[in-house]
Ligand binder design. Structure first.
Ligand code: C2E
Ligand code: MG
Ligand code: MG
Length: 734
């Protein structure tokens, strides 16, 4: 760094630019100064001086105040307007002593004034002082400019606050940190407060006062209001007080720092630690915090909070087959759908209802609903979200059909703390999975007893396979147009400790644990064996149907097993019917299709079980090599009850006809349903009306009874009479 005072100038040889209209005075002054070895450039008028100034090397200007034409004051003002003259010291020489001239001299930009006299040494000392001061001033300017740059770069400003004037003073650039012009060197307390966001104005001085009282230093944070579309900026002022001899607070000295970047980083860190990076949703920790808060508020107001936990069904399979990136996309899409649906429904409810969706690790989401008094209304919101998830979703060029198992729980009924409530919703999810997934269940206390029961159940299933505790029952179906049983569905049971356990209670668990594959193989072998035996006994059936769960289809060696069964029992082609679900068939359609065709090649036929509950598109259906649709019991139930039920049945029958496949109605329980189905054109029926599922040895009798019932119903149609069926299919006519 150079030191202008010493480096730029030899202090002993000064250059003076002198202007005076009086030649004598000019001569005397120049001579006196030259005698000291100085250089003097002199001119006789203001305008001459202004002309000379740009090329001049003067250290100081001496101006006579009174001159004809442009007087000393006007010249001084003009000098100050030039780049060269802006910072040069100007000494106004005057013979006047009145105060007004002195004031005018300063007002015109003079650095000092000097009464004309012949005390040349006095003048010379004055000139020397002014030059020195000017150099110091210039040096100060340089360092101020440097400081302003530092302030700007460090987003900091230093200040002294004066309690008398209530003003902050600072070097130029000090208040740039507040968004003010670089040239500002002072700002009133009032202006400072007005730069702040309104909430921070009232607490600013209080915070400083409290700090000073406690530790003789202060540190206060405040926010600046955004200017012209900008953002809120986070500031911090800190420093120390200065007291006078009487202990009165006189000044504060400190600095103001712009903490916005730090604050944003802190916020981002907080966001990352409380939010899921993939979906941007709150994470488990944050959700629990919000749930606790919501529960506290609801508890105080005597209100409830409901939560719904969504667990995507078979998400691992999507991830494995489509890849992690596609899995991530599915997660994001699911988040968007649940969020959009919940937001829409909750807005419709209004009345302070609110929601919050969070992502838990893996493929789980949890939705919190507040301000909804009626649990069924909350359930409607969740069901709508579940429904929105089920719409086809195209990821990595593949159409995916997502579903979820949803468990709901309510505060304070099901739990009084956030984490237990979450655990209980999770327990309900588990229950949905046990029952076959893709549904919603509210938590019930008895689910809690299940943990141990589940382990026992798994052990039991392993043992059941070894000890052959499974039984295969058969339920006939009837072709009502000819009153004949044309086939049977094989339905598994588990004889556990003398009691028959229905498949709904153990199949989902067997699927979860993979035990379904050996169980499925067992069912296939037994069913094929039974079919062969009936044929030998003279009971002629078109086919026997076997339920094939997705896990078995996707992971097992089904094709080989089918081939083996047909060969071993010398079965007729098309006598083994495999019941699959829509979702199983259309998932990953292009790779599934050849495998379905291979099964047909091997001699099996395919039907879609529980048709109407899945979500396949017509485009797929036309390409599937199926020969039968089994209308789900849920729709048959509705025949004669709701017009919608009848409409769905009618649509499915019409669809079957146009696809050229048979349509079978499941769960037929009443003669009225038979009538209705026949009038829709559906002739194949299965249900308790004809026969319940029966053990293999009772099949011949069950077939006879079912056909007898079918005949009686046909007769009743031609000759109207009331037909009722009671108990286990015993027919009563009147
Ligand atoms: P599904 O394949 O839809 O079987 C029809 C179910 O409806 C059977 O229940 C049957 O007993 C019942 N059902 C038949 N007619 C009527 C009726 O008129 N009214 C009523 N209320 N129900 C009727 P089940 O045997 O309890 O089987 C339930 C489900 O378990 C089956 O539904 C099937 O998905 C599965 N399942 C049964 N056996 C097997 C099996 O061997 N392997 C596999 N993987 N799943 C099986
Ligand atoms: Mg079935
Ligand atoms: Mg079914």
């Amino acid at each position: 760094m150079t030191n202008p005072v010493h480096d730029s100038k030899d202090q002993d040889v000064l250059t003076v630019l002198l202007v005076d209209d009086d030649p004598m005075w000019r001569f005397l002054t120049s001579t006196a100064l030259r005698d000291r070895g100085w250089l003097v450039e002199d001119c006789e008028s203001g305008s001459a001086l202004l002309e000379r100034l740009p090329a001049s090397t003067a250290d100081i200007i001496l101006i006579d105040a009174l001159m004809p034409g442009m007087d000393g004051f006007a010249t001084c003002r003009a000098i100050r307007r030039t780049p060269r003259g802006r910072t040069l010291p100007i000494l106004m020489l005057t013979s006047l002593e009145d105060d007004e001239s002195i004031r005018d001299a300063y007002a015109s930009g003079a650095t000092a004034f000097f009464i004309k006299s012949t005390h040349w040494s006095l003048l010379a000392e004055r000139v020397r002082d002014l030059v020195r001061l000017g150099e110091i001033g210039r040096q100060l300017d340089v360092s101020n400019a440097r400081l302003a740059k530092v302030h700007l770069a460090a987003r900091t400003g230093t200040f002294d606050f004066d309690f008398d004037t209530r003003t902050l003073h600072g070097a130029p650039g000090s208040f740039a940190v507040l968004g003010l012009d670089n040239s500002r060197t002072g700002i009133s307390q009032h202006e400072l407060l007005h730069l702040m966001v309104p909430e921070d104005r009232g607490v600013f001085w209080g915070a400083i006062g409290a700090d000073l009282a406690a530790r003789n230093r202060f540190r206060v944070e405040f926010r600046l209001s955004p200017i012209a579309g900008g953002v809120v900026r986070y500031m911090c002022a800190e420093g120390e007080p200065e007291y006078d001899a009487d202990g009165r607070l006189r000044q504060l000295h400190g600095l103001i720092h712009d903490n916005t970047d730090d604050q944003r980083r802190r916020e981002e860190m907080a966001r990352l630690s409380s939010h899921d990076s993939l979906t941007g949703l709150p994470n488990r920790k944050e959700f629990l915090r919000r749930l606790s808060d919501a529960a506290a508020v609801a508890g105080a107001a005597g209100q409830t909070v409901q939560i719904a936990m969504f667990d995507l069904d078979r998400f691992t399979q999507f991830n494995e087959t489509l890849g992690q990136a596609a899995g991530d996309e599915l997660i994001c899409e699911t988040a968007r759908r649940i969020e959009a649906s919940a937001a829409q429904r909750v807005a419709l409810i209004g009345n302070g209802a609110a929601h919050c969706l969070a992502r838990l690790p893996g493929d789980e989401f949890v939705l919190m609903l507040t301000g909804i008094a009626d649990p069924t209304e909350a359930e409607t919101v969740v069901r709508a979200a579940l429904q929105s998830m089920r719409r086809v979703c195209v990821v990595a060029g593949t159409e995916c059909f997502l579903s979820a198992s949803v468990g709901m729980a309510s505060f304070p009924g099901d739990a009084e703390s956030a984490d237990i409530l979450l655990a209980r919703a999770d327990r309900a999810v588990h229950e949905v999975k046990l029952r076959g997934r893709n549904d919603l269940i509210w938590f019930q206390p008895r689910f809690e007893q299940g943990g141990r029961g589940r382990i026992e159940m798994i052990t039991g299933l392993h043992r059941a396979l070894e000890r052959e505790e499974f039984e295969l029952h058969f339920q006939p179906w009837v072709d009502a147009s000819v009153s004949r049983v044309t086939g049977l569905e094989a339905l598994i049971r588990w004889r556990r400790d003398g009691k028959l356990v229905p498949p709904g209670e153990f199949i989902p668990l067997a699927e979860d644990t993979g035990l379904i594959i050996p169980i499925g193989e067992w069912v296939l072998r037994k069913a094929a064996g039974a079919l062969a035996q009936w044929r030998r006994d003279g009971i002629d059936l078109e086919c026997v149907a076997i339920n094939i769960p997705t896990v078995h289809f996707e992971r097992g060696s089904l094709l080989a097993e089918i081939k083996e069964a047909i060969e071993r029992h010398d079965l007729r082609p098309r006598s083994l019917e495999l019941e699959l679900t829509e979702t199983c068939m259309v998932r990953d359609f292009e790779s599934t299709l050849p495998r379905l065709e291979a099964l047909i090649e091997a001699g099996a036929t395919l039907s879609i079980d529980d048709f109407g509950t899945g979500y396949s598109s017509l485009a797929y259906l036309t390409r599937l090599p199926i020969s039968k649709l089994k209308v789900d019991r849920a729709f048959v139930n509705q025949l004669g009850v709701s017009t919608q039920g009848a409409a769905v049945c009618r649509a499915i029958v019409a669809l079957g006809q146009s696809l050229g496949v048979k349509v079978l109605a499941e769960g037929v329980e009443t003669p009225e349903q038979v009538q209705a189905l026949r009038s829709l054109g559906c002739q194949t029926m299965q249900g308790f009306l004809f026969s319940r599922p029966v053990p293999v040895d009772q099949v011949p009798q069950a077939i006879r009874t079912a056909e007898q019932i079918a005949r009686r119903l046909a007769e009743a149609r031609s000759a109207p009479q009331r037909v009722t069926v009671e108990g286990d299919g015993v027919l009563h006519g009147s």
